[in-house]
Design a protein around this ligand. Structure first.
Ligand SMILES: Cc1cc2nc3c(=O)[nH]c(=O)nc-3n(C[C@H](O)[C@H](O)[C@H](O)COP(=O)(O)OP(=O)(O)OC[C@H]3O[C@@H](n4cnc5c(N)ncnc54)[C@H](O)[C@@H]3O)c2cc1C
Length: 580
């Protein structure tokens, strides 16, 4: 699946830049997505119709369709970064539009004629939803009570799904339903319910769900009462519904980091703007040592999420058979870190972090703080959908024996190749996805080799020391995991262990991104490894080591403030993303 590395310059990410340019400057009231309008719509819990319409007219949905089915999806990093650009401006718009990617994914995994049909649907620009969860049943999809009677001439669906994004607006929904009353892992199937095919009188809706974040979203319940569609609407083989969903989630989970990153970009932008202007008696936050430390640490957190994003999406291409574990690690640690960043920046901004509306922002853009608190609320949802944090930790626990199984260490160059800036991919190999891994994550397994490679005499002592600390923690965790009792209901201690494994994995991601970038064109944060030192020290601190050292936090903040003041994004990805 890996194509020749021709590099970003060859235009792989040109559509991302075109999309960013199309979206324009959100500070302008006439932008496709203006910050002021986003904030006002959110306060009214109003759906962003015009914004969604504009994005659809641009054709973002074409990047949700694999090239093999006539779309523009080749390298998953492209739509992921597009979603990040969108979420940076308005998370609600990104979640509402990007939901079609989730609604369609089971068809891509199932492949065959249903994928062709799905491509036709997505191409229309009308939303496709994903109907998995049901009221009162939470994450346990095996308890789904919605039924699908699969006949030779028709499929009949009865039941309900809740809460569903775009429940009312969608043209079609991929519905998980019970097709065999006897139960067991093969008792569920997936059905594509196209509302243009089923009798509308058989589909009902529950009222809009009023939510803390994503206020404007079309979040509601849907009821199927004898909804009949054709026999060619079954997604994948009969009885394979749960398996296809679980494999699809391995792809959608890393995708949610695009949403988290968009929110994080927005938060940093507001905090760096606010820190640079005098605030009453305090002067500038940028001149306060305490505030500087918090800001530097927040930048480190943002870069950790970016490393997870990159590793997640590139692993989906390069090592699909490891995604059962990698997707859970990324999906746990990404939103967890974003939540931490919002908590810390809320403390830093004080009362301003809770300002709603578009007034009272002093020298900043009138919507700056309204947009901050909207992003803070919206981004909280990432830790809940596509498997909440506890579900992902549970998956990590289940995967620990595979990580412990002896296996030869893969060559370092092979592990790093997918993370190089000049790598690109033609397609996702969904046939290689597995419900369990054989040997866990090779990236995690390579951590000791990463640490040794870093200690080359040229890397800063701070980065090497923090890497060594995390390396020792990894060894200790493996030893602890060996002693864990194997039981179907994991011990609470096992969840704690999984959480620490995820942090160590975060450290491994940062190290891998650093090593893979060697020789690449420096990004906005420059050539120095100070970002790595800060991320590793922050990870180590969350694992129990000392806090990030002041000089390290200071140096990272200075680099980030310079990039920000020059109109650039705080990112490791260089020209891959541009400031919106
Ligand atoms: C804004 C939004 C949009 C959504 N959109 C959609 C959509 O489009 N389609 C769709 O199908 N669903 C959607 N959902 C539903 C979402 O995916 C579910 O809410 C979620 O999967 C179920 O998780 P839960 O935390 O709500 O509930 P539960 O799974 O019931 O979890 C509640 C709590 O129980 C505990 N728990 C759960 N599992 C375990 C475990 N294995 N071990 C130990 N403790 C556990 C944890 O403390 C957990 O936090 C949406 C939800 C929201 C908020």
């Amino acid at each position: 699946m890996t194509a020749v590395a021709t590099g970003v310059g060859a235009g792989t990410l040109a559509p991302v830049r075109a999309f960013d340019a199309f979206l324009g400057d959100p500070a302008g009231d006439d932008a496709v997505i203006s910050t002021s309008r986003s904030v006002l719509l959110d306060e009214r819990a109003a759906f962003p119709d015009d914004e969604i319409g504009a994005v659809t007219a641009f054709g973002l949905q074409r990047w949700y369709i694999p090239a093999a089915h006539g779309g523009a999806f080749t390298d998953a990093l492209v739509p992921l970064l597009m979603i990040r650009h969108l979420a940076r401006r308005d998370f609600t718009v990104a979640a509402a539009h990007g939901k079609t990617f989730l609604g369609a994914i089971c068809a891509w995994v199932a492949d065959g004629s249903i994928a062709t049909r799905m491509a036709g649907l997505v191409e229309t620009g009308r939303p496709v939803s994903w109907g998995l969860t049901e009221r009162g049943r939470g994450s346990d999809l095996s308890r789904s009570a919605t039924t699908a009677r699969l006949g030779a001439d028709a499929v009949r669906v009865d039941g309900g799904k809740w809460p569903i994004n775009n429940a009312v607006r969608c043209r079609a929904m991929t519905v998980l339903a019970r097709s065999d009353e006897r139960g067991g892992p093969r008792s569920l199937s997936l059905v594509l319910v196209d509302k243009d095919e089923a009798d509308p009188a058989t589909i009902g809706y529950e009222p809009k769900v009023a939510s803390h974040g994503l206020r404007g979203a079309n979040l509601a319940g849907i009821r199927f009462e004898g909804s009949v569609v054709g026999p060619d609407t079954v997604v994948g083989p009969e009885g394979h519904g749960l398996e296809i969903v679980l494999k699809s989630l391995q792809l959608t989970r890393p995708f949610t980091t695009g949403l988290s990153m968009g929110a994080v970009d927005r938060a940093l932008q507001t905090a760096l703007d606010a820190a640079a202007v005098p605030d009453g008696a305090h002067g500038r936050l940028l001149d306060s040592p305490t505030a500087r430390r918090s800001l530097g640490v927040a930048v480190a957190d943002a870069l950790l999420v970016e490393c997870l994003m990159l590793v997640g999406v590139r692993s989906a291409h390069a090592v699909p058979a490891e995604m059962a574990l990698v997707s859970a690690l990324v999906k746990f640690l990404g939103p967890d870190t974003a939540d931490l960043l919002f908590r810390d920046l809320t403390r830093l901004l004080g009362a301003r972090a809770l300002v709603v509306g578009t007034e009272a922002s002093g020298a900043l853009h009138p919507s700056a703080f309204g947009a901050f608190q909207k992003a803070a609320r919206d981004s909280r949802v990432v830790g809940i959908f596509d498997g909440n944090s506890v579900v992902n930790l549970n998956m990590i626990v289940n995967e620990l024996p595979n990580q412990l199984r002896p296996a030869p260490a893969p060559p370092l160059a092979e592990v790093l190749a997918p993370l190089r800036a000049d790598a690109h991919f033609d397609a996702l190999d969904t046939t290689a996805l597995r419900l369990v891994t054989r040997h866990g994550s090779r990236l995690l397994r390579s951590l000791p080799a990463f640490v040794d490679a870093l200690d080359d005499g040229r890397t800063s002592r701070a980065a090497v020391d923090a890497a060594r600390w995390i390396g020792r923690e990894y060894t200790a965790l493996l030893a602890e995991a060996e002693t864990l009792p194997r039981q179907s209901q994991p011990d609470p201690l096992a969840f704690h262990l999984a959480e620490r494994f995820a942090l160590v994995f975060g450290g491994a991601c940062a190290l891998a991104v650093h090593l893979a970038r060697a020789g690449a064109v420096p990004g906005p944060l420059g050539d120095s490894d100070v970002w790595l030192a800060a991320v590793l020290e922050r990870v180590a601190n969350r694992l129990g080591a000392d806090p990030v050292q002041a000089p390290v936090a200071d140096a990272l903040l200075d680099a980030a403030a310079r990039a920000h003041a020059a109109g650039g994004a705080v990112t490791l990805l260089g020209s891959w993303t541009e400031r919106s």
